[in-house]
Structure formats: structure tokens, C-alpha cells
Ligand binder design. Sequence first.
Ligand code: SAM
Length: 273
Amino acid sequence: MPPPKKHFGQHFLHERSVIERIVAAIAPQPDDRIVEIGPGEGALTLPLLRAAGRLTAIELDAELIAPLRASAAGIGELEVIHADILKVDLAAMAGGGKLRLAGNLPYYVSSPILFHCLSAAGAIVDMHFMLQKEVVDRMAAAPGSKVYGRLSVMLQLACRVEPLLLVAPGAFRPPPKVDSSVVRLTPLAPSQRPDSAYTQAIATIVRAAFGQRRKTLSNSLHGLLDNHAIRAAGIDPRARAETVSPQGYIALAQRLDPDGLQAGPKLVDNASQ
Ligand code: SAM
């Protein structure tokens, strides 16, 4: 195998107990359509393939493709696609069915990958991703937490977020500089998600509120909602962004005049904060 490449975010998992726990959390079933993002040398690919019988893996590094195919010979039906995951149309790949996504993601591009996957949420059963622990903490944070922010709200309005497992740097070769964490994301059913009519309004309100998170909502939402409208949403205008629940943001968005909105973000845009 070629040496790990930093520019592709390559940190290969080698600790058996961590690999086993991730595979157990995914609990692959024979009929599952599992798509692995960034299979690398196959640390997760081969045990997943053994359990599911078939798997599609998407890998950007051309040098890893042939060795991966060779190591899967005789284990199951492995399709390796040489591509950048950001250019893969996951909804088209699902072809009306549903995919289960998994991957120890390259951290340098993990937020774009996350939001790319969420844009195909309707075609996805669940996602199990290894990410920087700090990112998973922000994804799962509850109102009132120091790390509760835009990422928490936007993600929790789209998915159930379950942190599963902490992973220390020593589990990887080479070790990353940060701790890692495995998270399960389960896209919410359409009936549990905010009405798409409010998609843009939610994104606008959340961005404005957390853009000035130290200020009261009365100040940070100035120009979007007045105190009367904030109160009508059931929220105290003296509250700060970090105390408002995801449902609270829906209520605020419902008070926003759609004519006052600028064209812009989708609900699940690249909310990295
Ligand atoms: N799954 C392997 C493991 O756990 O040992 C490798 C994980 S490594 C952190 C990330 C993998 O994603 C590498 O194999 C890297 O080449 C690949 N990768 C990086 N950018 C990618 C992209 N945009 N699309 C697909 N794969 C990518």
C-alpha cells in the first residue's frame, strides 16, 4: 500500500476494537445498500462487506482503488467508484431505493461532505460517520450548551443525531491531532421536518441569531423580526440565540415576512458554525 497522503485527509483506522464497534453500530444486513465514503485501505470496507455481502465504496485516491479491489476478492460484491463524493449524485445512485452511508471521513472536507449527503436525505436510511469530536459535540449540542450553534440547529432540524463512540488519535495511522467521534445521523421523516415553505426563513433567522450570539434576539434579529413578533413566537426577545431550541427557531421563522427574505441558503446548507 502507498504511504498515507495528508492532502487526502488519510488517517487509516487500525485498532480492531474500534473497527468492530463501528461495524456493530452499523449492524449491516444482507439486503442493505451500503455506500462507504473514503474506504482507504479497507479497514471498514472488508468487515462491512463480509456482513452485508455487497457494498459500494467511493474513493478519491486513484492509487488505493486496485489494492482495495484485490483485498476484497472472494469476500463479497464490492463496487469501487473512483470519484470525489462531492460530485456523486447520491439520490440518483439510490434510484428510488434507500442507501445507508458510512465512512471515516477526511476531516479537511467533512462539513461539505456532510451537507452534500444531507441534500439527498430522502434517499438515505442512516449515516455513520467518524468526524472530529469537536464537530460531533457541536452537532449534538442542546440549547444552553457552550457549543450549541448554527450547526446544531440546522442538523437537528434535519436528522436525529446520536454520538456513539469516542476514538483516540492512536487508533489511526498516522494519528490525527484531534480526538474523533462516531456519530449516527438518521434523517427525519418528512412529517417530522419543518414545512419546506419555511426552509429559507429558518436559515435566515438562525444565521442572524448566531451571527451575534452574545446579543439578545431583540438586537440580533433587528430588521427581521420586531419584539412583538418574537414574543408571538413564544420567545422572550431578551433571550440569546444559544437558549432557543430548534423548534423555537421554526416558530420564529413562521413569523418572518417571506417578502423580506433575500434569496439564499437552503435549510441544510453549509452551516459550519
Ligand atoms: N476508511 C478508511 C479507514 O478508516 O481507514 C480511510 C479513512 S481516511 C480518514 C479518509 C479516506 O477518504 C481516504 O481514503 C481518502 O483518500 C478518502 N477521500 C478524501 N477525500 C475524498 C473525497 N472527496 N471523496 C471520496 N474519498 C475521499
